[in-house]
Design a binder for this molecule. Structure first.
Ligand code: ADP
Ligand code: MG
Length: 497
């Protein structure tokens, strides 16, 4: 059993590396970090399994960067499934490794490969790459003296889902036999285990799936039972009612993401879509806009948003119920990060209700049923806010001047009513009075399923680390059936070349 590390000092990192850790504000190592890092520092091959948001990047990045020798050639290679993840991993490695002078180059499709190769040849120790572009560069012989001694496969299960397995196997033919290989994954489906058998040598396995505990306790999860045609109305109403500061809406398809973002923009929201059909550049712009709070709403497909680490997401909306429990956990894990509270909202139709039950059971998630507020409820809530806004409003010089003009034409009471009406109109709260399946039907639906509700889980304790509290697993299972289905769904998106 590895010893439990409760500080970063105890691993014996170089001072420059420790400085990066301190500077990043990390105080306590996360469980996957304290389990995996000692083995990596020893030079062992390793398979690490932990949920999203548990700090896997630093878990491999810190010890690997600590081990490299500061030469002017590539010593460490990280392969990630998407461009977004590649960028994110590089940012994290930069943050942690900059005092150690580690230079990182990111390699992915959609950008000049000439420039990427050039940057590498100027002396980078770390390359973070997506499989398609990396394989192109390797097989065309454009990467000279490319002999990384530490190779990391990040989000291996996602590589499988995206159909990158053959590329990965091919890539390893170009890599030196003498190397340390690390594999990180949220789940371990059979083809990934098989891959591990091929590319790893006598690996240690570490797995962190906090027992009994699924989604982060900081995420309040709720669902609304609605009719199919009510999705848009429900989203708009919930926005009016909850006034989320920053939210992600997940859709099943790219088209839906497009349509929904267009609809929200038309309603005056700062929304943008994020999906695989978009140009690399506009994807980057959207993510940047969202991170820097220029956008309030991101309407995204699963693949596009996978692993995105954006701070302060207050709400995650599932426009449709996700395809599977893993995806549910990944989606809602975009909120409630770094100890903040978050709200996860799922819209389900009576037809999807069964699917919701399955997700609840497998993910062990506590998702509460709620009713969509009525138009009246929201208006009432907003008039309360309007009252305090009016009472607290600062007087504006122009107001005084306009009042003088108006007073001659209209009685002050009338004037106040008109002014308030204008303000109310501005709030623009519309939509049907009530949204959601009718109460009798809802009652029947809930009753019919009451028998197979998940049993209460008792006495689940949190992990032993306080500052950095994360998602747990879903009972530690591999991907269940439907693997093929997921594969086919995402395989078409091979856009990293
Ligand atoms: P994963 O790859 O497991 O999904 P990441 O490596 O992307 O997770 O980490 C998620 C977030 O947590 C990042 O913002 C990262 O900087 C932060 N983080 C990682 N380790 C720690 C730590 N020990 N303490 C505090 N924050 C951390
Ligand atoms: Mg990661």
């Amino acid at each position: 059993m590895p010893t439990q590390h409760d500080s970063f000092e105890s691993f014996g990192f170089k001072p420059q590396i420790l400085r990066g850790v301190t500077d990043a504000g990390f105080v306590t190592p996360s469980p996957i970090q304290s389990e995996a890092m000692p083995y990596i520092l020893e030079g062992r091959d390793l398979i690490a399994q932990a949920q999203t948001g548990t700090g896997k990047t630093a878990a491999f990045g810190l010890p690997a960067m600590n081990r490299i020798e500061q030469t002017d050639r590539v010593e460490m290679l990280v392969i990630t499934p998407t461009r977004e993840l590649a960028t994110q991993v590089s940012d994290e490695l930069f943050k942690l490794g900059r005092f150690a002078g580690v230079k990182t180059v990111t390699v992915y499709g959609g950008q000049s490969s000439y420039r990427q190769v050039d940057l590498i040849s100027r002396g980078a120790q770390v390359v973070v790459a997506t499989p398609g572009r990396l394989l192109d560069l390797l097989s065309s012989g454009r990467l000279k003296n490319f002999e990384p001694t530490i190779v990391i496969l990040d989000e291996a299960d996602e590589m499988l889902d995206m159909g990158f397995l053959d590329d990965i196997k091919e890539i390893f033919k170009f890599l030196p036999k003498e190397r340390q290989t690390l594999m990180f994954s949220a789940t371990m489906p059979a083809p990934i285990k098989e891959l591990a058998g091929r590319i790893l040598r006598d690996p240690v396995s570490v797995k962190v799936t906090p027992a009994e505990e699924t989604a982060n306790k900081d995420i309040f999860q709720q669902y609304y039972v609605i009719e199919e045609h009510e999705r848009d109305d429900a989203i708009l109403r919930l926005f009016d009612a909850e006034e989320p500061s920053k939210s992600i809406i997940f859709t099943r398809t790219k088209k839906e993401a497009e349509r929904l973002s267009t609809m929200l923009i038309a309603k005056g929201y700062g929304a943008k879509g994020l999906h695989g059909d978009m140009e690399q550049k506009s994807r980057e712009e959207v993510i940047k806009g969202f991170k820097s709070n220029q956008l309030d709403i991101l309407v995204a497909t699963d693949v596009a948003a996978r692993g995105l680490d954006v701070k302060d997401v207050s709400h995650v909306f599932n426009y449709h119920i996700p395809f599977d429990p893993e995806s549910y956990v990944h989606r809602i894990g975009r909120t409630g990060r770094a100890g903040k509270k978050g709200i996860a909202v799922t819209l389900v139709t009576p037809l999807e209700y069964k699917e919701l039950q399955r997700i609840k059971k497998i993910a062990g998630a506590d998702i509460r049923q709620e009713s969509v507020p009525t138009l009246g409820d929201v208006k009432k809530a907003h008039s309360g806010k309007l009252v305090s806004a009016v009472l607290n409003a600062r007087l504006n010089d122009d107001a005084q001047r306009i009042l003088t003009v108006l007073e001659e034409q209209i009685d002050v009471q009338q004037l106040a009513l008109k002014a308030l009406s204008l303000l109310i109109e501005k709030q623009n709260i519309t939509g049907p009075d009530s949204i959601g399946v009718n109460p009798q039907r809802l009652e029947k639906l809930l009753n019919d399923h009451r028998r197979d509700r998940p049993s209460k889980r008792g006495g689940a304790k949190g992990g032993g680390y306080s500052k950095f509290k994360r998602n747990g697993g879903f009972g530690g299972g591999d991907r269940g059936g439907g693997g093929n289905y997921r594969g086919n769904r995402t395989r078409s998106r091979r856009d990293d070349r």
